[in-house]
Design a binder for this molecule. Structure first.
Ligand code: ATP
Length: 582
């Protein structure tokens, strides 16, 4: 096994390869992606090789075959398994490529219209993926809208009056750069900020050809004219600004307040990559938070979270080569590392959302934008970052936009967007002090990475998603395929389905049904057995421990409610019984 480097758009990517003999040819095959940093790649490669050498592996057949086939292992199959085992070994070390494969195999995410070869940057969410995505959006909405007094929601259109994009600056400034290699003449596209910094994969310098706007264009109406030109929105923020005054009046919001929105955005990204991380069609969950322009320093919510600890990576730390530092937001604000209380508050509030839903605390960091990388409108910007297998990356940008957007929309629409502030009895054009803007797909990746576990004892993947996020809340099995067992299981399914997403699973051995559901992240497996017919009890198996308790059927709904909404453990609700699969 050996480490190789590939150059894409002038950047280095490292992979672990192995050589395999096919007839009299030697072929090289990729085992794992190792990241962009040489030193880290070597370390990771050593870990993977070590793991492969040390451990005993067993390839699981996850098919749906009948129980009696389960133990049929002939010599051919054994051979096939030992050939597969090296890939299986590498797959327990989780990379973005492996997550992509897992998501496709289980029906979380497919390349869009793959039967036609797919389309780069576009993805379809399958039966499990759509549930996880909807749950994630619902949890975001509950936390940011329902549980607060100061935020109201909207759902703006994807195509709108193109003047919106003139006012926002997107029509003129939302661009990347087309380049051509001076040596091999290959055309490519790079980010504006990379001009002069990146080279072609052949090591040639790039020649800048021109700008490229990332907005997708379309045409409204039957005739294509200059006036019918419209755009698919590249961000959700602008309709919040355009509708700002109506929303404030209708919801009778008083400063400070926010407007939230979840919806699709489209960007003709130059190089969509890293699975869902950079797509051309994605969703944003966004808030524009408005404050009185003269009260930028007052943050009414700060005390609620002042002791919340963040992993802070300021501009100064980046420029002097220091590491990020863990500190309470009150200390970060006191030391003027985070300048505004509002910023500290929103960075903490957003991190808290992830942690409450089970994300790994150690993989979060807040990074201040360097002065040279800030957007044209922003006075200060912080990113909430997550440590993906391909490095620290932005999950959510939290910019201080001042009154840039509202004043632009005032100018272009010639409408007065000022509102009356009752406290100061003045008309003001509010400032947007924070704009938490999170990609649904990036949050999806975080929860998948943190939930994915390879259970050594079960020799199976267990997706330990927070119960609120889990796509399937329970799977109901009759232990044997007999009418009275089926009937009772079906009654349970019908009743639970009034409230929860529940599956009825009667094919394959019990072991396979458990394994299939562990991989899907199903919180509970409910088995109807002999005793169920006698005393109306079932066994309830906990995904994370594989242990089970016996409970009464009429109590099931309330138990599931407590497990999902209050974080109770399944094992609290009954007497432990021995497990069927050791
Ligand atoms: P990046 O620097 O990664 O391109 P950005 O700073 O342009 O992101 P914003 O315009 O601040 O992104 O968008 C807010 C959020 O929307 C991002 O933090 C990210 O979560 C999400 N997002 C932006 N572009 C994409 C994309 N192409 N695919 C998936 N999510 C995206």
């Amino acid at each position: 096994m050996f480490v190789t480097k590939k150059k894409v758009n002038g950047k280095d990517y490292y992979y672990l390869q192995k050589s395999i003999r096919e007839g009299n040819k030697i072929k090289s095959e990729c085992i794992a992606y190792l990241g962009k940093d040489k030193e880290e790649a070597d370390k990771r490669a050593a870990e993977i090789i070590e793991k492969i050498k040390k451990e005993e592996w067993r390839v699981k057949d996850m098919g749906d075959g009948e129980e009696n086939k389960e133990n049929m292992v002939n010599e051919n199959k054994k051979e096939e398994k030992s050939k597969l085992s090296i890939d299986e070994k590498a797959s327990s070390i989780f990379t973005i490529e492996e997550l992509t494969t897992f998501c496709k195999r289980k029906g979380f995410v497919y390349p869009s219209a793959e039967i036609y070869g797919g389309l780069a940057g576009f993805w379809d969410f399958g039966p499990l993926g759509v549930e996880l995505k909807n749950n994630l959006k619902r949890e975001w909405w509950k936390y940011h809208v329902y549980q607060r007094e100061d935020i109201a929601g909207i759902d703006g259109s994807i195509i709108t009056n193109p003047k919106v994009w003139k006012a926002s600056g997107h029509a003129d400034n939302f661009t990347d750069v087309y380049v051509k290699c001076k040596k091999c003449k290959k055309p490519s596209k790079i980010d504006k900020k990379d001009i002069g910094k990146v080279k072609c994969e052949c090591d040639g310098e790039y020649e800048v050809i021109g700008d490229f706007n990332l907005m997708f264009k379309t045409n409204v109406g039957p005739v294509e004219t200059e006036n019918s030109l419209a755009y698919l929105r590249p961000e959700t923020a602008q309709l919040i600004f355009a509708d700002f005054k109506f929303v404030q009046e209708n919801s009778r919001l008083k400063l400070p307040f926010g407007i939230a929105q979840i919806g699709k955005s489209f960007r003709n990204e130059i190089s969509p990559r890293d699975f869902l991380f950079r797509c051309r069609e994605f969703e944003q969950m966004e808030i524009e938070y408005f404050i009185h322009p003269e009260k930028r320093k007052e943050c009414s919510y700060f005390e609620e979270l002042e002791n919340f600890e963040l992993n802070v990576y300021s501009e100064e730390m980046q420029k002097t080569g220091k590491d990020s530092v863990k500190m309470k937001i009150k200390d970060a604000v006191e030391k003027e590392i985070i300048k505004l209380k509002w910023h500290g508050y929103w960075l903490a509030n957003e991190t808290k959302w992830f942690l409450e839903l089970g994300a790994d605390k150690n993989k979060f960091r807040v990074r201040q934008h360097l002065s040279e990388e800030k957007s044209h409108y922003a006075t200060d910007t912080w990113d909430l970052q997550y440590k993906f297998p391909f490095g620290w990356q932005e999950l959510e940008g939290i910019a201080d936009r001042g009154n840039f957007d509202l004043s632009q929309h005032e100018k272009f629409s010639k409408e007065d967007l000022k509102i009356f502030d009752e406290e100061t009895k003045t008309k003001v054009l509010p400032h947007v002090v924070c704009e938490p803007s999170l990609g649904v797909e990036r949050a999806f990746l975080v929860f998948m990475f943190d939930a994915y576990n390879f259970d050594e004892k079960r020799q199976n993947i267990v997706l330990k998603l927070n119960p609120k996020l889990a796509p399937i809340k329970a799977a109901v099995f009759p232990i044997v395929k007999q009418p009275e067992y089926n009937k009772l299981a079906e009654d349970i399914v019908r009743d639970l389905r009034k409230e929860f997403n529940v599956v009825y699973d009667k094919s394959g051995s019990i072991g396979r049904r458990y394994a299939r559901n562990d991989e899907a992240g199903t919180i509970a497996c409910i088995t109807v057995d002999e005793q169920s017919l006698k005393d109306k009890t079932i066994t309830l198996r906990d995904r994370d421990t594989a242990e089970q308790v016996r409970v009464k059927i009429p109590e099931l709904k309330e138990i599931m409610r407590k497990v999902i909404n209050e974080g109770s453990s399944i094992l609290e609700f009954g007497k432990k019984v021995s497990t069927r699969v050791k």
